[in-house]
Design a binder for this molecule. Structure first.
Ligand code: HEC
Ligand code: HEC
Length: 332
């Protein structure tokens, strides 16, 4: 993994067309509030403008799935915070997904992927997604001359599944959310947050204890916790335990980023909470009791106006969507 310490060449994602050197490695320009040194980029998959552009096309192209019925964008639409408005998404085989489709903003700052952390990287996630097969990807995308030509330029070989996953991952790393009212407030613009959101900010780090897990500039500790979601069901989803088989991980799920959270209900791994008000009320009750409940989750005694203030703060974490990243590409 590479972590950038000092920005050597910063070329804006917005100026891809202006790049003159073919295949030159570059860093996306991060919006206000995001930290360059926290970025994860595998050494064998450097970002280049051409690779990102190709990955963006694959992300939108339904010929990617074995049934030709879904693409990444089907379950991660940009106009809904890159998350599915439905509680569960529809797989390429027509069946509902096991879990709610999460946002994919700011994946640049994580190695492990999925609610359970099952996948070690974006590349592994993209190559092992169950909606696709190697055969169909080579058969469909490989038959499209424009894709072959772009792929050879980027990877120096004929189109194959690993490169497709690498290109998609490179594009996903440019899906960023920052420069929210919260960031402008922290940077010194005291008018960026309403008085209610400012009170919510204080509660977030204080009485409401949210910051214990939703920590740092991305509001995520990259850890797994049992907050009780779904634990009152007959056969609860055991989450992280299904990966580690450690008893302590039963019912634990990955802490999601809270950036753009107002854009993307329903919430939680089971999409069971429809609104932010509902989420805050859930925490205020102390989650759902079960033998593995995190010690950090307990009744909070927040008043109704505290709860409204906390929601106002969560709404102030919405950044701007970069239209160059989120607009549909032309497909060959
Ligand atoms: C049929 C719907 C569907 C399609 C198609 C789909 N996803 Fe997902 N995606 C999901 C669901 C559901 C999850 C959560 C699964 C889990 O955690 O068990 C998920 C999780 C993810 C995550 C993990 C996010 C995190 O915070 O850990 C990433 C990244 C991701 N998808 C990217 C992609 C990419 C890239 C594609 C295309 C190559 C894609 N997805 C295609 C439904 C879909
Ligand atoms: C013990 C760690 C922990 C604490 C404390 C915590 N969270 Fe969470 N949060 C999580 C985890 C883990 C999830 C995902 C749980 C799941 O889906 O089962 C989550 C999910 C969420 C979601 C849903 C996001 C989405 O994209 O679906 C929101 C919103 C949220 N938390 C806000 C808060 C607020 C507000 C507080 C303070 C009142 C808080 N959290 C306190 C760990 C925590």
């Amino acid at each position: 993994m590479r972590r950038w310490s000092s920005p050597l060449v910063i070329l804006s994602v917005l100026s891809l067309a202006a790049m003159s050197t073919q295949g030159a490695e570059y860093q996306p320009k991060l919006p206000l509030g995001l930290q360059q040194q926290a970025a994860y980029i595998p050494d064998d998959n450097p970002l280049t403008p051409e690779k990102i552009a190709l990955g963006k096309q694959f992300f939108w192209d339904k010929r990617w799935s074995f049934s030709g019925s879904v693409a990444c964008v089907s379950c991660h639409p940009p106009d809904h915070g890159w998350s599915d408005p439905q509680q569960f998404s529809t797989h390429a085989n027509g069946k509902p997904t096991l879990r709610h489709s999460p946002t994919i903003v700011n994946r640049l700052f994580s190695d492990r992927q999925l609610w359970t952390g099952l996948r070690a990287s974006l590349e592994e996630q993209a190559v092992k997604d169950s909606n696709r097969t190697d055969e169909k990807i080579v058969e469909r995308f490989g038959a499209i001359p424009a894709y072959q030509e772009q792929f050879r330029k980027v990877f120096g070989r004929d189109l194959e599944p690993d490169g497709v996953a690498k290109a998609i991952s490179a594009y996903v790393r440019t899906i960023l959310s920052g420069n929210a009212p919260y960031d402008r407030f922290v940077a010194g613009d005291k008018s960026a947050l309403s008085p209610a959101a400012q009170r919510g900010f204080a509660l977030f780090g204080g009485k409401a204890r949210c910051v214990r897990c939703h920590t740092g500039f991305n509001f995520a500790d990259e850890g797994y916790h049992n907050i009780g979601v779904g634990m009152n069901k007959e056969n609860p989803d055991l989450g992280r335990y299904t990966v580690t088989k450690n008893d302590a991980d039963k019912g634990a799920f990955k802490t999601p980023t809270l950036r753009d959270v107002a854009q993307r209900g329903p919430y939680m791994h089971d999409g069971g909470e429809k609104t932010l008000e509902g989420v805050v009320a859930f925490y205020n009750r102390g989650g759902i009791k079960n033998p593995w409940l995190s010690a950090e989750i307990r009744p909070l005694s927040l008043t109704p106006s505290d709860q409204a203030d906390l929601v106002a703060f969560l709404r102030a974490l919405s950044g701007e969507i970069d239209p160059k990243v989120s607009s549909p590409p032309q497909l060959p």
